[in-house]
Design a protein around this ligand. Structure first.
Ligand code: SF4
Length: 328
């Protein structure tokens, strides 16, 4: 690990001031950053400890929504009574992530920023990785790409986003609140993560020095009809091969509104808008569900090792829709 400066932020303004230095990284729970630093993948010039800032609250918002502070631990968020009762989809997604020990340390803000687990990115012995070393190539394209993207990939990168939480946040229309030296801004979660394009080294739209202070959830939480379903190689402590966050608003068993977001298939959580639209006004008959599941992957392109993800994603969407609607 290379030498770096370490400082502790006194408050949010101090954190943002320190974070404006080139090469600065914020340290919250540290579950991803420290691993990457030990492996030499991340080499910050300075690390700013924000772990004691007052950003660990879960607070109701005046509009009926809910604010999750950036430093709320994943396990605390998953088990908070207001998250469980109003946003059970999000609670399910938190509990599908990592292990209990990691959820006890990992924060909401850190979860948004966790980096891909592509093995060519995390292992310095591989020379070709555009995300780690821009312009070097992509070893996964002609290497082991079983876990990689089937949607939204580019010639430069076929990595997937590893977050479960972010998949549910997109289904729920969350908004990321950010502070910077000259003010604040709100980033809708759908615009927060990026597709790789020609610059896969950038995972999100955050600018250097910007600090995530909270994630705001609007009402409604789709509490009556939702399901987060994750398929992975192990029952616990494994990243998604495919996951789906599904939320439904029903009136007299007819779909008024549907949300379908896929995880484990793209560089960002993938919202299946055409599939959602196809369900509006239906009663979720088996043929409606199957048609939506096919639409969810109609742009999918398989790599050499991951063609199985396309039918798997369709099955995951279909199962999640049926579970959310209570028609299993
Ligand atoms: Fe690197 Fe992306 Fe290719 Fe993985 S998929 S080797 S992260 S460029």
């Amino acid at each position: 690990m290379q030498v770096f400066e370490f400082s502790k932020a006194r408050d949010v303004a101090h954190a943002v001031q320190l974070g404006a230095q080139p090469g600065a990284h914020y340290l919250g729970g540290g579950t991803n950053l420290l691993d990457l630093m030990k492996g030499g993948v991340e080499r910050p010039r300075s690390v700013i400890d924000i772990s004691e800032l007052p950003l660990a609250l879960v607070e109701p918002l005046p509009d009926g929504g809910l604010r999750l502070g950036a430093l709320v631990r994943n396990s605390d968020a998953a088990n908070h009574p207001l998250v469980r009762s109003r946003y059970p989809l999000l609670s399910q997604a938190f509990l599908a992530g990592a292990s209990p020990q990691l959820r006890n340390m990992a924060t909401v803000g850190g979860n948004l920023l966790q980096r891909t687990r592509c093995g060519y990115f995390t292992d310095l012995s591989f020379e070709r990785c555009n995300k780690r070393l821009p312009g070097s190539g992509c070893a996964a394209r002609d290497g082991n790409n079983r876990m990689h993207a089937i949607l939204g990939a580019s010639e430069a990168c076929v990595a997937t986003n590893p977050s479960d939480m972010s998949v549910a946040l997109l289904a729920l229309d969350a908004v990321v609140q950010v502070r910077r030296r000259n003010g604040a801004r709100s980033i809708p979660i759908g615009h927060f993560h990026r597709l790789p394009g020609t610059t896969p080294e950038r995972d999100t739209q955050l600018q250097p020095g910007e600090l995530i202070v909270s994630v705001d959830l609007p009402p409604p939480g789709f509490a009556q009809h939702c399901c987060y379903l994750k398929v992975r190689d192990r029952a616990s402590y494994a990243f998604a091969l495919v996951s789906a966050a599904v939320a439904l608003s029903l009136a007299s068993d007819e779909v008024r509104e549907a949300r379908i977001v896929l995880g484990g298939v793209a560089h960002k959580p993938w919202r299946a808008l055409e599939a959602e639209n196809s369900l509006r006004g239906t009663r979720l008959a088996p043929e409606d569900i199957q048609a939506a599941a096919r639409l969810a992957t109609h742009d999918a392109r398989a790599l050499s090792d991951n063609a199985f993800k396309i039918p798997l994603a369709q099955q995951v969407v279909a199962r999640a829709l049926a579970t959310a609607a209570g028609v299993t």
